[in-house]
Write a protein that binds this ligand. Structure first.
Ligand SMILES: Nc1ncnc2c1ncn2[C@@H]1O[C@H](COP(=O)(O)OP(=O)(O)OP(=O)(O)O)[C@@H](O)[C@H]1O
Ligand SMILES: [Mg+2]
Length: 258
């Protein structure tokens, strides 16, 4: 199979997906560039979460999901027979609508996935360095450094969501999938998490689902509009908002449906 240019983080080719007999994605072709934020927008039920979940193979936990087509992450076909789902999930981290820290300490949350994936054990000092680096990267270190042993569930929602991003980082993912990561947050926390997402671009390729048009416009470089399981339009965010090519895109971003 031909390899892809490394400037692409995710390449989706002719992807179809069925939940049982219901087809949720139709002939999706997408090229997501590395090192930028790509927003995924569209009315409820159009398949945004389904597409996101296909990119780290968590859909297949449901026995009744059938997928055809290809998704390549940094050139590697994640649905190839020899691809390991565990390896894929290490490379492609995911953040959900509601922060879902484990009922463990802040420190153990950050280290959890790394401990699960690593082949040799790490020293306490290595782990400390990993925790500090990850928490610094999400701008949480100064706020929590004196209470790393405290339960993560005691943090504010904003801090919890930042922690959920931090705990992806020790396994060195290349792609971060975020499914409406601010939908449970108040406006101030939303702004803080949005700023963080913007800060992380460059080091990670980020695919961000949002219902918030202002957020899509502010916090993404490129934007994909989906409707009824299909990609309708994909372009530079400013172009999609100012001069959409499709009437359906225009109707959606102007709030005429969805
Ligand atoms: N686990 C599932 N089993 C069966 N059908 C599902 C499942 N998850 C989603 N669907 C269906 O697939 C379609 C796409 O759903 P999906 O959750 O991907 O949409 P979405 O764009 O993320 O919507 P929202 O904006 O409401 O989150 C919908 O018709 C939905 O009912
Ligand atoms: Mg969704």
């Amino acid at each position: 199979m031909a390899s892809t240019t490394p400037s692409l983080a995710i390449e989706v080719q002719d992807l179809n997906l069925w939940y049982g007999t219901f087809q949720a994605l139709y002939e999706v072709d997408l090229q997501i560039k590395a090192g930028i934020v790509t927003a995924l927008i569209g009315p409820s039920g159009c398949g945004k979460s389904t597409l996101l979940r296909s990119c780290n193979r968590i859909n297949e936990r449901l026995g009744y999901v059938k997928t055809t087509g290809h998704i390549r992450v940094l050139g590697q076909d994640i649905y190839a027979e020899d691809a390991s789902a565990l390896q894929v999930r290490r490379q492609v981290g995911m953040v959900f609508q509601r922060p879902n820290p484990l009922p463990l300490s802040i420190r153990d949350n950050v280290l959890f996935a790394h401990r699960l994936h690593r082949e040799t054990s790490a020293s306490r000092a290595d782990e400390d360095a990993m925790v500090e680096a990850a928490l610094r990267e999400v701008l949480l270190w100064d706020r929590v450094k004196d209470r790393l042993a405290h339960k993560a569930t005691g943090l504010s929602l904003e801090e919890q969501q930042k922690l959920c991003i931090a705990r992806l980082l020790p396994t060195r993912p290349t792609v971060l999938l975020m499914d409406e990561p601010c939908s449970a947050l108040d406006p101030e926390a939303t702004a803080a998490v949005e700023d963080l997402i913007w800060d992380l671009r460059g080091n990670y390729s980020i695919l961000l689902v949002t219902h918030n048009m202002a957020q899509a416009r502010r916090a993404s470089d490129e934007c994909v509009f989906m409707l009824m399981g299909r990609v309708v339009e994909h372009g530079v965010t400013e172009d999609v908002f100012v001069a959409p090519k499709s009437q359906q895109t225009a109707d959606y971003i102007e709030g005429r449906f969805g």
